[in-house]
Design a protein around this ligand. Structure first.
Ligand SMILES: [Zn+2]
Length: 44
């Protein structure tokens, strides 16, 4: 799911599955629909 997160005084929208940050909620939601991350596994 997409969660709001505040960073550097701005609100970002984070894909909870893979941790990607977006500055636009609709972009985050669009990404989340196609996100193929399985669970909270973080790259590196
Ligand atoms: Zn994702």
């Amino acid at each position: 799911m997409v969660v709001d997160t505040e960073r550097d005084g701005a609100t970002w929208f984070e894909c909870e599955d893979c941790g990607l940050l977006f500055d636009d909620r609709s972009e985050a939601e669009e990404h989340e629909r196609h996100c193929d991350a399985e669970g909270p596994s973080y790259i590196q």
